[in-house]
Design a binder for this molecule. Structure first.
Ligand code: SAH
Length: 393
């Protein structure tokens, strides 16, 4: 019997695209279902492209240039406070901001480590759904790790987010808001190291971005279009990470974007990957890699193969060799992630010597490989540790 995928249920709530809903319709039994129909998040400027914004202000009886003024404040000057919008008549400020800049996410709690340069924010949405985002400031870049869903329906057993299941998809503006908050914190000098900009965005927070395709795509456009249309972050500095929803990867390859694709592979063989990444029961390693290489060919961008090193589970020498065989000569590189601890999981990170050997085997076969510098483990803000629903608030 065919199961209706969580992604489809949730996608239909936020107006997601049917084709991707169809693509994810056959998610294997056991993946979490969304629970019931919910109200949509309020409409926000960041949900709309410039033409949509002009139409929205026209509905309020205002000329189109008001939309551009509002956009310059929000995307250009990073303010959503009507008091700052002194080029708008005062009554109109509140009306326009009330209609198009509704508060979407409220910060519930902020945790920091690394001297304040790693900061995790727990956000509460209008309906009580929780998400988290993480800002990481490095000497040469500032990366915002954003959530695309509240919870996740992919049920990967080593990931904390997967354990509680999917609550719902985020709207485009709910995603953009997370980047906006980071951009504002950087601009105002709230992050130690002086004022700066968010240079990179990774869709590696809660959720499976390609199961919320339409909103994620709209968010990518808002994040990357130059101000006042968007936040002006380079497409090349945006990474979309996926468990491997093959039809959605193929669709993304046709969008004429130059964002980086990351594929959470974690195992080179179907037998193990069926357990580690349950959606592999639907789309096998060979199909996922074929789609990933197709993405690389279409965009000219190397795909990133994510591989969490789990002790005695996926770190054997023969698996390194198998992985090298799949990737050698391809436009791909491997990003090894030391497994981060998650509650209730029996797994731990690979022994460093074993991880080194795995690395060397890939490198010696000519496969580009890096080890991810994971940040935020102290604040449960590292890969796979975001689990806002179970956090005290
Ligand atoms: N659903 C998407 C986006 C989440 S990204 C995806 O899976 O790609 C989060 C990244 O961290 C993914 O590569 C994920 O597999 C990895 N990850 C999850 N749990 C982890 C853990 N406990 N330790 C290290 N990495 C983990």
């Amino acid at each position: 019997m065919h199961h209706i995928g969580a992604a489809q249920l949730a996608d239909s709530q936020t107006g997601g695209e049917r084709s991707v809903a169809q693509a994810t319709r056959l998610l294997p039994i056991g993946l979490t279902q969304a629970r019931g129909r919910r109200a949509r998040p309020p409409r926000h400027l960041a949900d709309l492209d410039p033409a949509g914004r002009r139409a929205a202000v026209a509905e309020l009886g205002q000329p189109g240039y008001r939309a551009d003024q509002l956009s310059r404040h929000y995307f250009g000057r990073l303010t959503d406070d009507p008091a700052d919008m002194t080029d708008l008549p005062s009554g109109l400020r509140t009306e326009l901001a009330g209609a198009l800049l509704p508060p979407l996410l409220t910060a519930q709690r902020e945790l920091e480590c690394d001297g304040g340069t790693t900061r995790k924010t727990l956000w509460r949405a209008f309906d009580g759904a929780f998400v988290e985002s993480v800002l990481m400031r490095y000497p040469d870049r500032v990366t915002m790790c954003v959530s695309s869903q509240s919870g996740c329906g992919m049920a990967c057993p080593f990931c904390a987010t997967g354990q509680a299941g999917l609550t719902r998809n985020l709207s485009a503006a709910e995603i953009v808001t997370q980047v906006f908050a980071g951009a504002r914190a950087m601009a105002t000098g709230a992050v130690p190291g002086g004022p700066g900009r968010v240079s990179n965005v990774v869709f590696m927070g809660m959720g499976e971005p390609l199961a919320n395709y339409a909103s994620v795509l709209a968010a990518v456009r808002r994040i990357t279009e130059p101000a006042p249309a968007g936040l002006g972050i380079s497409q090349r500095s945006v990474t979309v990470s996926t468990v491997g929803l093959v039809p959605a990867i193929r669709k993304l390859a046709d969008e004429e974007l130059s964002v980086r694709l990351a594929v959470s592979l974690h195992a080179p063989d179907d037998e193990l990957r069926d357990d580690l990444v349950p959606v592999n029961r639907r789309w096998k390693v060979a199909e996922v890699l074929d789609a990933a290489f197709g993405y690389a060919a279409a965009t000219g961008r190397r795909v990133s193969i994510e591989y969490a090193m789990i002790r005695d589970i996926n770190d054997q020498a023969w698996r390194a060799e198998l992985l090298a065989g799949l990737l050698a000569g391809r436009l791909a590189h491997v990003n090894l992630i030391p497994l981060n601890p998650t509650p209730g999981s029996k797994w731990t990170a690979s022994d460093p010597a074993v991880a080194d050997e795995f690395f060397d085997r890939l490198a010696s076969r000519g496969v580009p490989v890096t080890v991810r510098d994971t940040r935020g483990t102290q604040i449960d803000g590292a890969c796979g540790q975001l689990a806002a629903a179970s956090s005290p608030s």
